[in-house]
Design a protein around this ligand. Structure first.
Ligand code: HEM
Length: 404
């Protein structure tokens, strides 16, 4: 048992995330109570799982730990919303999940992601062009938020500006209760779903070489996606690919500002270190704070008795700082190898967009580091008021435009 003082354990309030992920709490939990019963004001509590091996094991056991039973968020959805959201593969268990995943996975394999590189480069150049003359900006909306929304727009074959609008909606959907009320959250979800339905109509009339069109024509065992299933897939792609990537870029840049030695090392050898630097950013930042599962039967984890129906949260940010897996786990090291981080989850639901996210961040980091080599933080960082997605909401920066 560790002798460190016990911090107040609260993994729910937005206040706990005001300075990023609550690493002091995570450390204490890993050392003292790695499968911790956490109370929740508005509902029955949940098990907070903080060690790497336990998080890893839960992700790979969809039979015992279901995404279908209660969804992936700690707030229990009402029966109607839960029923509806089960049209989305994130909320499915095998074998349904496997069939759906097969439908789309071809668009997300490394070869498809690599084919996006030239277009992502163009988009990254445009993003920097739009601000370079100003000499300063807020890195979060101006760089980090724009790229994923453009890339998703590109994948879906919709106008870039629509990508930005839809992205703003995902931010609302992921914010904590204190920041966005239930009505606003529901309205954002509805707007997104109705965009998806209209898009289906549009792509039927004007098919393109994009995922939106391909999904319309996909079949599972002879069945096509229903309109609801289609628009939920659309919502999932935008939701899952937007502020995750944004926060990786923002959180990754912040880590570079806070570690000037590592930054110099990376800038001095971009070709050699970019891939490992991106993996280290994924580990260190862990943009997805947790995913929930629901136990389907009585079981045991870390010596605790988990009952059927219990909620279990896998804390990726904590697992990624587990010293039994990562030597010097709190150290940010752009050359870290091996780096078996779990920021993209694991098992059946392993992030479908991982290769695209890697392409996006590598291209954008290269663009920033080469065109804005003296970029620096120009004011205090603020973090998202969310207990689900972690990253800066505001990160003022300044830079000297590179001429010629
Ligand atoms: C840094 C960026 C990203 C991070 C950290 C991230 C993280 C994750 C995690 C942890 C999961 C697992 C969910 C679970 O186990 O329940 C997941 C699933 C998923 N991600 Fe990502 N993601 C990122 C980027 C993206 C992008 C760019 C896309 C799409 C273009 C995407 C699409 C998806 C989808 C569709 C799923 C659901 C997969 C399934 O249910 O089988 N993600 N992501």
């Amino acid at each position: 048992m560790s002798t460190s003082t016990t911090p107040k354990i609260d993994l729910i309030s937005a206040a706990s995330y005001a300075n990023g992920q609550p690493h002091e709490q995570f450390r204490w939990l890993r050392e003292n109570d790695p499968v911790h019963w956490h109370e929740q004001k508005s509902a029955r509590g949940f098990w907070a799982v903080t060690r790497y091996q336990d998080v890893w094991a839960i992700g790979r056991d969809a039979k015992t730990y279901s995404s279908y039973a209660g969804g992936i968020l700690l707030d229990d959805p009402d029966e109607f919303s839960l029923q509806q959201s089960r049209s989305m593969m994130l909320h499915m268990d095998p074998p349904d999940h496997t069939r759906y995943r097969t439908l789309v996975s071809r668009e997300f394999i490394p070869r498809s992601a690599n084919a996006l590189v030239p277009r992502v480069q163009e988009l990254a150049r445009k993003i920097i062009d739009d601000v370079i003359e100003r000499g300063e900006c807020d890195l979060m909306p101006d760089f980090a938020g724009v790229l994923p929304s453009y890339v998703i727009a590109e994948l879906l074959g919709i106008p870039l500006e629509d990508g930005r609008r839809l992205y703003a909606l995902t931010e609302k959907m992921h914010s904590a209760h204190e920041a966005v009320n239930e009505q606003e959250r529901a309205a954002a979800g509805l707007e997104m779903l109705s965009y998806g339905l209209n898009l289906a109509e549009e792509k039927r009339k004007h098919p393109g070489n994009d995922i939106a069109t391909k999904l319309l024509n996909s079949e599972i065992d002879g069945d096509r996606l229903t309109p609801a299933e289609y628009s939920f897939f659309f919502l999932l792609l935008i939701n899952a690919g937007g502020d995750t990537t944004r926060n990786l870029l923002g959180g990754g840049m912040l880590a570079l500002f806070n570690h000037p030695g590592q930054r110099r090392r990376l800038q001095g050898n971009l070709d050699g270190l970019l891939p490992s630097a991106v993996e280290e950013m994924l580990r260190y930042v862990s943009p997805v704070i947790y995913m929930r599962r629901t136990a389907t039967c009585d079981t045991e984890l870390g010596g605790k008795k988990i009952r059927a129906g219990d909620k279990v949260a896998m804390y990726y940010g904590s697992a990624n700082r587990d010293a039994s897996m990562f030597p010097d786990a709190d150290k940010f090291d752009v050359g870290r190898t091996p780096n078996e981080h779990i920021a993209f989850g694991g098992g059946e639901h392993f992030c479908l967009g991982s290769h695209i996210a890697r392409v996006e961040i590598q291209v954008m980091l290269r663009e920033i580091m080469t065109r804005l080599p003296d970029i620096e933080q120009a004011g205090p960082v603020e973090f998202l008021p969310s207990n689900f997605i972690s990253g800066p909401s505001k990160l003022p920066v300044r830079f000297t435009p590179k001429r010629g």
